[in-house]
Design a protein around this ligand. Structure first.
Ligand SMILES: Cc1ncc(COP(=O)(O)O)c(C=O)c1O
Length: 489
């Protein structure tokens, strides 16, 4: 008989009650206190509901992949290599898959030695393995603010002390990085690595300028610091000239055709092919690579040979560049649709980024609107509240991440329209409750973006889980149903 499912009324898996947890409390390792639910996980559960318009996920549009090609490649893998596909593979990855990675890196203008690549179970595993190899509790990671929401639970699980540096339109300001490093050095602290997403940042949508890339590599070399360059979106550029990877700039600084010795590069097939394959990779200096390999052995022995062979067959077919070209055309149009909808429904009430690529727009609302609260009122439209991108779980309260890439045009327009309408109501309520004008509150917003946990009176670990999504009452469910109906029409 099936075990009974433990589901909440809204379809989400019910969380254990406090008394259930108490029974196991003494058994849990200290690190589990830093393991907070990712807002993304909550969001994925929410967006499974058919009536929800989701601008929340980090989803590419997998409906663009031709089903007949998928069937053909899978049959090919079965016909040519059943036994290999169903067997364990080497921890570092299959040579045929590494060769595809070398090709993708070349497309990014980056030459890598196949011996310095490790195939991983998604790019997410690279973040985990890098932390596993480098982070002891209390160690410092310097990251951007906002940063990739999916990295936050990983950093938390390894009990890292994450120092975030607010990005501007050109990515992480390197002078601020330097003053932060000076301050940390004065405290006797040296970061274990600097974490950056230089291209079309998730969630900010901003790209690090060429000058800052050069300077970041110089700073890393001057101070002997490792950089984790997280680059899932580099090939999804819709305008402007491609910029060199930090990896390639550092390799050039090493000279004599050498490899980078300070940059750990994270790549993934998730956004240029499919996240369902769960395949990513790291390129790293050999001593670091060795530790990543050991960490991976302990985690999953190897990434799936089935999907590695699928990737190899797909690259052999030869159309992977054309597929990315199609994705670029589609996503760039959807980005424009979203920018237009934002102009129409957020105009005068918010500021937002205009990304040159990637999947996301980051919007920051005026009027003291808290986007975590707004989710409960946004009429069946999901987005990622800004707090999810800050380690303290508190900053970024007025911001939201919006995905345009995985959503049809009409849903983008309707989703933005509904959020815009809900925003109006929230800002009005804020004004009534506080007696303040939206303009005054907008000033507060600017301040809050850079605020850390310091002075909040609450510990970062307590705050990190506050991105708990509001659950709707009965009224909310009724709204959702009618919202769903409206969408069906
Ligand atoms: C910046 C960034 N890094 C890493 C990942 C992890 O991707 P995956 O594990 O699917 O390769 C994502 C996914 O959205 C991302 O946006």
């Amino acid at each position: 008989m099936d075990r009974p499912t433990n589901r909440a009324g809204d379809g989400r898996r019910a969380r254990p009650a406090a008394h259930e947890l108490a029974r196991y409390e003494a058994l849990f390792a200290a690190r589990t206190r830093g393991m907070k639910s990712s807002a993304m996980r909550e969001m994925m559960a929410l967006t499974e509901r058919p009536e929800v318009i989701s601008l929340a996920g980090g989803l590419p549009d997998t409906t663009t992949f031709p089903p007949e090609l998928y069937a053909k490649l899978m049959s090919q893998v079965a016909a040519d290599s059943t036994a290999r596909a169903l067997q364990y593979g080497p921890t570092e990855g299959m040579a045929v898959t590494v060769q595809c990675i070398v090709e993708v890196m070349e497309e990014e203008g980056t030459v890598v030695d196949p011996a310095e690549v490790i195939v991983t179970t998604g790019g997410q595993q690279v973040i985990d393995l890098v932390c596993k190899a480098l982070i002891d509790p209390g160690d410092v990671i310097v990251a951007e603010a906002p940063t990739y929401p999916g990295a936050i639970p990983t950093f938390g699980a390894y009990q890292a002390d994450v120092v975030q540096i607010e990005v501007d339109g050109d990515g992480m300001p390197i002078d601020e990085l330097e003053s932060t490093l000076d301050r940390l050095a004065a405290e006797g602290r040296r970061p274990k690595f600097i974490y950056t997403i230089p291209n079309f940042q998730n969630p900010g949508g901003v790209t690090m300028s060429l000058a800052r890339r050069h300077r970041l590599v110089e700073v890393a070399r001057e101070r002997e610091l490792l950089v984790l360059e997280d680059n899932p979106y580099g090939l999804l550029r819709y305008e402007g000239e491609p910029l060199p990877t930090l990896y390639s700039l550092d390799a050039a600084a090493v000279g004599r055709g050498g490899a980078s010795d300070l940059v750990i590069y994270l790549g993934t097939f998730s956004k240029i092919l499919s996240p369902g394959l769960r395949l990513g990779w790291a390129v790293a200096p050999r001593p670091v690579l060795e530790k990543l390999n050991l960490g991976k052995q302990g985690a999953d022995l190897c990434s799936s040979p089935v999907t590695q062979l699928f990737v190899a067959a797909y690259f052999k077919e030869g159309g992977w560049r054309e597929y990315i070209e199609r994705l670029r055309a589609l996503y760039s149009r959807r980005r424009d649709v979203m920018l237009e909808a934002l102009e129409q429904h957020f105009g005068g009430k918010a500021a937002w980024t205009k990304p040159h690529g990637g999947l996301f727009i980051w919007a920051t609302l005026d009027g003291g609107v808290d986007t975590t609260d707004l989710l409960a009122h946004s009429e069946g439209v999901a987005f990622v509240p800004g707090r999810a991108a800050y380690m303290d779980g508190r900053s970024g309260a007025s911001s939201m991440r919006l995905n345009f890439a995985g959503v049809p045009d009409d849903d983008i327009r309707e989703g933005v329209r509904r959020i815009g309408r809900a925003m109006g109501g929230q800002a009005g309520l804020f004004g009534v409750l506080t007696g303040s004008s939206p303009g005054a509150a907008a000033g507060e917003r600017g301040g809050d973006a850079g605020a850390g946990a310091a002075g909040s009176g609450e510990s970062p670990s307590e705050l990190a889980d506050v991105v708990e999504l509001p659950r709707r009452g009965k009224q909310g469910s009724a709204d959702r149903r009618s919202a769903g109906k409206r969408r069906d029409r």
